[in-house]
Design a protein around this ligand. Structure first.
Ligand code: CA
Length: 474
């Protein structure tokens, strides 16, 4: 990833007098109107004559972009660019802000984010607002009739007309404005009438002013105005149109081949919801998405995939069930991880590490595929080659009275005579779970990569069916 970040940020023109935000975040936004590119850096610092950053990203065609960084790139916890929602000094001087404004709040919701955020770092349970969620002041509120400070009035009008977006989790409720170190002349003293910014937002009581009406803000629904097919880095209007067009001309042979084999569960993982995986099997076995990245480019043309971060908060789980004696578990994956991870498995807990876990399909640190069951003693089969080559691979594991079989990219790669698995009910996991005690257990129990087209069947698919499915993928 560091290598990819370097490539992303290569040849960025850094102004000679650039100064990052002096806070620990060291955030920088650089917009180049000539190339129409926006680069944002996090923890930027100068080392000798060159600049280094811990993380960042680049958005091309910036003035047409939705301002969302791809994958895990960007300078913010949300994946949203900081620059578009930042209040400019000149806007405060003009008394007019013609855009949505960003707001950081101390408590953001755990495991949840709202479009246009593509990820979040919230960790409070039970609070109402998610990273990316929008708020606004009601249109009926007469802001001119309120005795607000000039700054509070300007921001309140933007909050009424364009809205506020939750951009970050911070120590206090705060709007983000341009850092004066980036400006030719610092006029904040004039803007804030010689007082602190927070004091101006609270109003000057000696003038009878009231505080910015935070209590009148109304939260808009999650994913407010999200496009039906939202994409990430290249989420320009053009790219969205392309993605929509692609879905109508996408590959229909592969999903048809899966459905013909009567899956018990079939998640295509092209969901716009960040929390629910729709089931295409017809059996209503929707899944729960936990802190995954949606809108990733998929294995099958015209249909997206999800991405996982490789940590224990980021995976998907089915509803409770008892697996059939004969079964198949199947998915596509794409990773370059050298930490391995469980691609799929069956556990007795839905969202925590299981204390009973079985039917484990996983990648070792070296990228080899292992599938096994634990009817009393763990019994596995393993591929001879590695698959952590950042290309899409289709993996299918089956078990029945005929034994255990592991297929990769439509072909049998390993088998054993094992016909049994652990008894009991539980949940299918996609993307990670407990691996403790399993042979060549991965360094990371949770896989970091893209996952797609997850299917579970209550039958052992035949070699011919699997080969035909792989062929249908094109
Ligand atoms: Ca898909």
């Amino acid at each position: 990833m560091a290598k990819y970040l370097n490539a992303t940020l290569k040849q960025v023109h850094v102004p000679a007098d650039m100064q990052p935000d002096s806070s620990s975040d060291g955030s920088v936004s650089i917009y180049n109107p000539d190339s129409n590119e926006l680069v944002e850096l996090w923890k930027a610092r100068k080392s000798g004559s060159s600049w280094q950053a811990c993380w960042g990203g680049r958005i091309t065609n910036a003035n047409q972009s939705l301002g969302i960084f791809s994958g895990t790139f960007g300078a913010s916890a949300s994946g949203m660019a900081v620059w578009p929602t930042m209040i400019r000094q000149q806007e405060l001087l003009n008394g007019r802000i013609d855009h949505v404004v960003g707001l950081a709040i101390p408590q953001t919701k755990k495991g949840s984010y709202s479009w246009p955020a593509v990820r979040g770092d919230g960790w409070f349970a039970g609070t109402e607002l998610s990273i990316g969620q929008m708020l606004r002041l009601p249109a009926s509120l007469d802001i001119d009739a309120m005795n607000l400070s000039p700054v509070a009035k300007t921001i309140a009008k933007a909050a009424q007309q364009y809205g506020i977006i939750i951009t970050d989790t911070s120590g206090s409720v705060s709007f983000s404005a341009e850092n004066p170190i980036a400006l030719a002349t610092d006029k904040y003293s004039t803007i804030f009438r010689g007082r602190a910014g927070w004091a101006e937002m609270a109003g000057d009581k000696t003038k009878g002013e009231v505080a910015f009406p935070l209590e009148k803000l109304v939260a808009l629904p999650m994913n407010y105005r999200a496009p039906v097919s939202s994409t990430t880095a290249t989420a320009t209007a053009t790219a969205t149109a392309t993605a929509t067009a692609a879905s109508s001309t996408g590959n229909t042979a592969y999903p048809a081949a899966v459905k013909n084999a009567n899956p018990w569960l079939y998640w295509r993982l092209s969901d716009t919801s960040r929390t629910t995986a729709a089931d295409a099997s017809g059996h209503g076995n929707t899944g729960t998405l936990l802190n995954v990245i949606t809108g990733r480019s998929g294995a099958i043309a015209g249909d997206n995939a999800i991405g996982t971060y490789g940590n224990r908060k980021s995976f998907a789980a089915s509803g409770g069930t008892t697996p059939a004696k004969a079964f198949s578990v199947q998915l596509w994956f794409k990773t370059n991880s050298t930490g391995g991870g469980k691609l799929a498995g069956f556990e007795n807990t839905k969202s925590a590490l299981g204390t009973r876990y079985d039917r484990s399909l996983y990648l070792t640190n070296k990228g080899k595929l292992i599938f096994g069951t634990n009817p009393g003693t763990i019994s596995t089969v393993s591929s001879s080659r590695s698959y952590n080559d950042d290309a899409w691979h289709m993996v299918t594991a089956t078990q029945s009275a005929a034994g255990t079989r592991l297929y990769v990219d439509g072909a049998l790669v390993a088998s054993s005579a094992q016909t049994a698995a652990q008894a009991g009910s539980g949940y299918w996991h996609l993307g990670g779970g407990n691996m403790k005690g399993w042979p060549s257990a991965p360094g990371s129990y949770f896989v970091r990569g893209s996952l797609d087209e997850f299917a579970v069947y209550n039958t052992a698919l035949s070699a011919a069916t699997i080969a035909a499915q792989y062929k249908a993928a094109g």
